[in-house]
Structure formats: structure tokens, C-alpha cells
Design a protein around this ligand. Sequence first.
Ligand SMILES: Cc1ncc(COP(=O)(O)O)c(C=O)c1O
Length: 340
Amino acid sequence: MTKKVEIDWKNLGFDYMKTDLRYLSYWKDGNWDEGVLTEDNVLHLGESSPCLHYGQQCFEGLKAYRTKKGDLQLFRVDQNAKRMQDSCRRLLMPEIPVETFIKACTDVVKANEAYLPPYGTGGSLYIRPMMIGVGNSIAVKPAKEYLFTVFCMPVGAYFKGGMTPVNFMVSDYDRAACYGTGQQKVGGNYAASLIAHEIAAEKGFADCIYLDPTTHTKIEEVGAANFFGITKDNRFVTPKSSSILPSITKYSLLYLAENVLGLEVSEEDVYIDALDGFSEAGACGTAAVITPIGGIEYKNKLHVFYSETEVGPITRKLYDTLTAIQIGDIEGPDGWITKL
Ligand SMILES: Cc1ncc(COP(=O)(O)O)c(C=O)c1O
């Protein structure tokens, strides 16, 4: 690595930063073109592009990490590739082959290596693949042309403080409908969630908890992260629902809780009025990593789990194990790490 950039690595938040190169590929007449790395971070789109009007777009989020030896590695990139294909199928967009997705991410990380935070700073390089429907058409129909891009930026903690407990409030709004697109990573879900987040932030909460859209009795998501709880008898429990995003971090934790920590694990209904059964709770996701949930406010009452200031022992162990794999301190299960 020759280039050096002046960045305060220890105080990175979760913000956009322009890095040197991004990948761009165009789909037309049934084919993806070769794809290029480009310096230009501005997209030139037709005014009638379906992504702008009808939200025909999807995206992903994953991270690259620097190991102690200084090597670069990606965490479970194949899972993001497959989830993006699922989003594409749901929105009638052309799928990006898994190999193309992985190569695009790899090329972008290598091209922006100078922006990858040093080992030990807690930072990582956040990678944002995105696909949008473009071209000239105004009818509510799938676009005739598509753009796939991958860009990246260095990031630190998503929720202020990182691995310190934060409080959430239950929202009256839904982010997704029950047979809608909650399982896919598509922009419309996030547009629908902005108001709920804003209300939670105004009231001093880190974010909001969404309940199931049909009965409003079960926990679905924690902002842009999945929920998990540790029951008083030490089971790792996470909600099962067809309208939440299948979090890659959550499935990684399910595996680690069972196979490394030896806990019983379960995906099941998590009722908002049964929080007493949990001794610890957390939000998990690529951006959130594991963020301990101090308490959840529901019907004007704050339910505190382990503590509003201290991290519970199982949450801590899960965090230490997951992050050690991500930064290469310990070996992960087969196929989790792609070394660049
Ligand atoms: C709504 C939502 N839920 C959960 C997650 C966590 O998913 P992952 O662990 O794959 O990042 C994310 C972030 O991608 C998200 O946006």
C-alpha cells in the first residue's frame, strides 16, 4: 500500500465519505457489461428512471476488515450476494452473478485499501453494493436497463458508543407489510421507516423497535438491525417472521451461540409483553455489529434488560467471538472469511 490518507480512525462514525474508486456495471438487452472502476461518484440518470419514481432498487451492506498482520478480508460476502439476488427476484430486476458481486466488492476494497482502518481501531470499510432500474419508461413496469454499483467508505460505530447499551422505543409505524418486501433489502422499506426513526431520536432513543404488521404484538426489527434476546435460562432467541430482513449477522450469531457458546438457540415469536423472560437483549447487524439493548420503552414504561450501562456476559462473549472472527484473530467456520 503506498497511498496514505489523513483520517481520525478512532473517531469515525457512520457517514458517507468519498473514496477513490467505485465499481459500475450496466445491464441492457439481457446482459451485464464488463464493469469498470471509476473515479466519478455521480450517477447520470434519465429523469424517468423507474428507481426514481417507483423505487425499483435494492442494495446491500457488508464490511472489509484489516487483520493484525495487515491483510484484508471480507465477512460472508457470498451471503450478501445471495441476498441481493433474492431482492432482485422480488423486484423483477436482473440478478448479479455471485462471482461478479464478490469480484466487484474485492476490487473496490483493494482499490481503496488506504481507507481501510488499521487493525485495533474498531473501524472497518463499509461496502455498499446497489442496483437501480434506469432508462426511459414511465409506466409502472420493470425498468429496461439497470445500473449496479459498489462503493465503500471507512466507518466506526453505527450507534453512538458502539458496545455500550442504548435504549429503544416501540414504534406505532410499520416498516414493512406482511406479504410485502420486509425480507428484502429494498429502499422502500427504509423510506417507510424514516419517520419512526426520527420520532425515536427526538425522544432521546437510539432507534425504534418495529412490531409485526398484522397484530402489533411481536418484535420484528430494531431499527436497521435484527433483535436477539438471552432468556433467563440461557437460550439465544431471535424473532421468526416473514417480514424481517434475514440478517447475516443474526444467522452468524445463531451459529456461534449454539456451536461456540453451547447455548440452545431458537427462532420464534418474541412477544413485546413478555420481555421479562429475557436477561439480556441486543440489536445485531453489519452496521450495528452487536449493540446491547439497555431497555425498551413500550406503552410509556421502560423495560430494562441486563443494565442501562453494563453489557451482559453472554452479549459480551458473542460480540468478542464475532468480532474476533471478522478481524481474523480467530478462525471462523468454513467459508465465512474471504481473504483478499
Ligand atoms: C432492516 C435491517 N434489518 C437487519 C439488518 C442486519 O442485517 P445484516 O446482519 O445482514 O447486516 C439490516 C442491515 O443490513 C437491516 O437494514
